[in-house]
Design a protein around this ligand. Structure first.
Ligand SMILES: C[S@@+](CC[C@H](N)C(=O)[O-])C[C@H]1O[C@@H](n2cnc3c(N)ncnc32)[C@H](O)[C@@H]1O
Length: 240
């Protein structure tokens, strides 16, 4: 008898939908956002900081739709010239009823936002001071047991420094994961254990090794053969 693994919804539906939306998410990152949104129980909402043309919004919205249809707040100045693309992509994915765009800078929007958050995705300004401000203003609104995801935490200094200190070395997060190529995901808790902290430091080591290794390859303008790259991605997932 042959057994086949059922295809995951992200692979069958979402990947093709986001394939032609410009953006910087890897497939792994898109799938992680989709699965985190799908797992939301409705104890809080989903907040995205930095939407651009909606690639990550579509992953979050479709994940939410496959789960409990939790609202997705998409915070971005949503400048006119690209809001059309954002709206088209959200409409085409059939998630317009779930997505509430907030046309604002995230730091300014924080004071007026008073809903508990179950999943926070941060991909807005990459300037250190502003990422730190996002962290300080938005993470307290995330419920214990809820999730945070930060994009660009490898090559980009601002987000990397913020998550290094405030997530990987913090007592408030567990189950930290580094998602190829630059995303850090973690679950907020009241207080983590020594074991959680040891694991978080280990994952920080994995992320740092990936960052330094891939930077060295870039410097030498070398690309890994596709099968080796695919194997590397699988190994990175398996060792966390
Ligand atoms: C890297 S793009 C986001 C990409 C998007 N998450 C995706 O997956 O395609 C960064 C976005 O953040 C927005 N942005 C920059 N500074 C911001 C701020 N202070 N608050 C909110 N959004 C900001 C920009 O307008 C831009 O659309």
């Amino acid at each position: 008898m042959t057994s086949t693994t059922p295809a995951k919804p992200f692979q069958t539906h979402v990947k093709s939908l986001i394939g032609d939306i410009p953006g910087w998410l890897t497939d792994e990152e898109g799938e992680a956002l989709y699965e985190l949104a799908r797992a939301c129980r409705g104890d809080g909402v989903i907040v995205e900081i930095g939407s651009w043309k909606g690639k990550s919004t579509v992953c979050l919205g479709l994940g939410s739709r496959a789960g409990r249809s939790v609202s997705v707040y998409a915070i971005d100045p949503h400048a006119d010239y690209r809001f059309g693309d954002f709206k088209t992509n959200v409409d085409r994915a059939g998630i317009a009823d779930l997505v509430c765009p907030i046309p604002s800078l995230s730091q300014a929007a924080a004071d007026a936002f008073d809903e508990p958050i179950e999943l926070l995705f941060v991909d807005g300004s990459h300037d250190y001071d502003l990422v730190l401000e996002d962290f300080e203003k938005w993470v307290p609104k995330v419920i214990d047991g809820g999730w945070v995801a930060f994009h660009d935490t490898t090559w980009t200094k601002g987000p990397r420094k913020v998550v290094g200190a405030a997530v990987y070395r913090s007592r408030r997060f567990k189950d930290v994961e580094f998602v190829v190529g630059s995303m850090t995901v973690a679950r907020k808790v009241e207080r983590n254990t020594l074991r959680d902290r040891a694991r978080n430091r280990y994952v920080l080591g994995v992320k740092t090794a990936f960052w330094l290794g891939s930077s060295a390859l870039k410097k030498q303008r070398r690309l890994l053969p596709r099968p080796v790259e695919r194997l590397g991605r699988r190994v990175l997932k398996a060792i966390q």
